[in-house]
Design a protein. Structure first.
Length: 245
């Protein structure tokens, strides 16, 4: 089970855990800098999808339902520390579905989504079906590969299978009726995000029976990983005091 969970432990015994899921095309490494920005007693764990980084040899999965079936037992295999789920963009949808399927006796303390469209909002694009050249141009123009920084064509080509699989996950996702997560939701939005604007992020309020909090940040779709971003510090606040009804 350890292959799917990358942990960046702090210097002291942890009392809680932040479990993160990256954006499309991202991997666990994008969250490594957060280890030095979170409190020492906050354990940082990242869920790694098949076909990425240390799971590169595995076949990328086709649907978010398959991803959740793969990741849920890996999440359950961790010890019983209280935990919150954080997902950026595509990772927000995956985190939401993981929260919905969490054991009734061990739900997350909070679901935190950043630059993520709410589950009822369809993608409206089919970029994953484009020929390689056109698809890579879309990725380069709209996302880069990590943190919005354009990557060399050689790197993009190497990452193509996982990138295409990630876009497919998001573009084919359709929300299935059922109980919402048994936890509050905090939703983070970038003021200059044209991919998932603030008003769209606000739609997450309808997907929790608990509390909801909307936070706005300077930046675009990748405000989460912008240099000097205050995200980890704000996360600590929401971990200490999750939204209340």
């Amino acid at each position: 089970m350890s292959d799917g969970v990358i942990r960046f432990a702090g210097p002291v015994e942890p009392r809680r855990r932040l479990v993160c899921l990256p954006h499309a095309g991202g991997s666990a490494g994008v969250f490594r800098p957060w280890r030095h920005l979170l409190r020492p007693d906050s354990d940082l764990a990242i869920l790694q999808l098949p076909g990425r980084a240390n799971r590169y040899h595995e076949r990328p999965l086709d649907t978010i339902a398959e991803v959740v079936a793969d990741l849920s037992p890996r999440l359950a295999h961790l010890d019983n520390l209280p935990y919150a789920l954080f997902g950026h963009s595509l990772g927000g949808l995956i985190a939401y579905e993981l929260a919905r399927r969490a054991p009734a006796d061990r739900p997350p303390t909070c679901l935190i989504v950043a630059a993520a469209r709410p589950p009822s909002c369809r993608a409206g694009t089919r970029y994953h079906e484009l020929p390689d050249r056109e698809f890579l141009e879309i990725v380069r123009r709209e996302q880069g590969v990590s943190g919005g920084v354009p990557a060399p064509p050689e790197l993009l080509a190497l990452l193509l299978p996982a990138l295409r699989a990630d876009f497919r996950l998001g573009e084919l996702y359709a929300h299935e009726p059922g109980p919402p997560p048994a936890c509050p939701i905090a939703a983070y939005a970038g003021r200059d995000d044209t991919a998932v604007p603030v008003e769209k992020v606000r739609g997450w309020e309808g997907f929790t029976p608990g509390g909801f909090r909307l936070r706005l940040f300077d930046g675009d779709h990748f405000f989460v990983h912008a240099p000097g971003a205050a995200i980890p510090r704000v996360l600590e606040v929401d971990l200490d005091s999750p939204p209340r009804p």
